[in-house]
Design a protein around this ligand. Structure first.
Ligand SMILES: Cc1cc2nc3c(=O)[nH]c(=O)nc-3n(C[C@H](O)[C@H](O)[C@H](O)COP(=O)(O)O)c2cc1C
Length: 199
């Protein structure tokens, strides 16, 4: 089977794309609005772009042509905290994906505790195993929506000491990372092995 994007209905392209681009990590992003209201939402169009300095991208669609709260807050204030989403917290993560008005604080709705961040105003999720404090690096409008691509420079990493291996590095077997597949499907990382690269 081949799919010519130019001749295919958008609904079908979206469905195929989401089911092929797997597994995706889930950025669980906290921001603070100009009015001072905290916001928390998950995004799986998320990936690393650079390590020096560390920069990640978030692909955020629009809702009825308007910025989602996360994009609006990031554009307005330039700050966020991106958390690793663990399998343990997946049910709470889903609650924070509800399409809520900007006045609602998803930390409260999902029963999640906040902790103070060090360099940015949005709070951290107290129970996240990893939290990345970040500042907006670039904002681009992308696609036909258009949607928003937000590049975020990571300026501080918080990691639970229990997540480190004997050499003090993050241990993938301890992080309990939740992976997003297509539709409503999710997965956990159950097996890891090494592949040696040629010289
Ligand atoms: C696991 C998961 C991943 C998601 N990934 C994205 C994404 O990459 N981009 C996007 O625009 N919406 C994504 N969503 C939907 C948003 O979380 C949802 O629109 C949310 O209400 C946005 O919240 P906000 O308006 O507070 O920013 C995702 C939802 C879930 C459950």
């Amino acid at each position: 089977m081949e799919i010519n994007i130019a001749e295919t209905e958008q609904k079908e392209i979206t469905s195929f794309f989401y089911r092929i681009l797997i597994p995706r990590p889930i950025a669980w992003v906290s921001t603070k609005s100009k009015a001072g209201i905290d916001n928390l939402a998950p995004f799986s169009f998320y990936g690393g772009v650079s390590a020096n300095p560390p920069i990640v991208s978030l692909g955020i669609g629009r809702r009825a042509g308007k910025h989602k709260d996360t994009s609006q807050n990031l554009i307005d204030t330039g700050e966020c905290v991106i958390h690793l989403t663990s399998v343990e917290l997946s049910e709470k993560m889903i609650k924070t994906s509800a399409e809520l008005p900007p006045e609602d604080d998803e930390f409260e709705i999902a029963g999640l505790e906040k902790a103070k961040s060090t360099d940015v105003k949005p709070p951290r999720l107290r129970d996240a195993r990893v939290a990345l404090e970040g500042k907006l690096y670039r904002h681009l409008e992308v696609g036909n929506g258009p949607g928003d691509m937000l590049l975020v420079e990571i300026i501080r990493i918080h990691i639970d000491d229990g997540m480190l291996d004997e050499r003090g590095r993050p241990d993938s077997s301890k992080l309990d990372t939740l992976a997003r597949l297509g539709g409503r499907q999710y997965a956990s990382l159950t097996e890891a092995w090494e592949i040696i690269r040629p010289d």
